[in-house]
Write a protein that binds this ligand. Sequence first.
Ligand code: CAA
Length: 385
Amino acid sequence: MTVIGIDKMSFFSPQQYIDMVELANARGEEPDKYLIGIGQTQQAVIPPTQDVVTMAANAADEMLTASDRKTITMILFATESGIDNSKSGAVYLQRLLGINPYARTIELKQACYAGTFALMQARDYVTLHPTEKVLVIASDIARYGLNTSGEVTQGGGAVAMLVSANPAIAQINQDSQYLSRDVMDFWRPVYADTARVDGKYSANIYQDFFKAIWMRYKQKTGLDITHFQAFAFHLPFTKMGLKALRDVLPEASEAQQANLMREFEASRVYNKRIGNLYTGSLYLSLYSLLANSATLKAGDHVGMFSYGSGAEGEFYSLTLRPHFKAGLINGQLEELLSNREQLTIAEYEEIFDSQLNGLTDRQLDTQQDTAKFVLSGLENEQRQY
Ligand code: CAA
């Protein structure tokens, strides 16, 4: 049977960040609360010249060959910070990336979960059409507001994934278990540019969903924790994944517990420095795991937990392919992180309040933004890329 899965992955986040010790000092909190209690060390700052479309284009462009651009027949764009209530971000991407015009383009939404739904649709589509490729992109800006308890869990960026037959990175297995329930733990009304959240409740619901879905996964598949060499979690902040992992660790032997903890540390290296990117967080964590683990090998199983507030969760597994590291762009994240510029908290606050307001036409100064794709302004209420 043809193997279907993730062939390539690429990541983008803007060039500026703030340090969490400085943010803690500015907010009158103990730095260890942010560094250990929340598990974040830095946070990406999104300038007005980047939005979910430009970040997605910057991520995907680095990974796509000319032949990929011809073979892609579907672009699935997952976001919960979209720029239009009607037109999909995927249509802009098709033009910016020079993708075959005879491709379907669509945007998907269910909080941080939509990237996983897109990936599952891509897998099923390629299973039926194995000569075609699907571009899946998860792109978001996490915004809670200055001086809010969610501020330490902001961030932003985009993960692009190419789904194909005979993939380089991983097979996406047909073992998903999922759960949906109407809860108000986190939401963003259409008129708001920052999220509304019942913080502690949302973290509890995340854990409840993980435990319930994990139990069901074991019942339905007959598999247990010994099947897994690593887990990757949706990481709104990296301590959240640690809490979920601790919920299942008692089921493992001492030796396996140590292995799973080591892989978990590999899976949060990049998320600690980028912050939350909603739909992309689980996939940045997967990227981090694959790039930073020195022990994972072909045939290993990675348990993937996706969670989107509101709420929907899904657990599934990946099986790593023989040369899985070759599907990542060599040194991409290290280069991105080492080229970032640190902002003061005052500079970040100014940028936070200067995002493009969708109603007022304005030209943006793009001189400072070194990314290939930038947002240059708004004309007649139309975004200019
Ligand atoms: N040293 C070490 N740890 C410390 C500390 C110190 N000096 N001071 C405090 N801590 C610990 C606390 O004990 C606590 O740990 P536990 O959670 O293990 O108990 C942790 O730091 C956080 O402290 P608080 O709970 O007091 O923090 P808070 O009230 O300021 O809020 C938060 C934290 C609820 C996560 C808040 O940042 C928030 O609302 N974030 C946004 C919502 C969110 O990310 N929810 C996650 C689930 S929903 C989801 O996953 C979807 C999504 O992407 C949003």
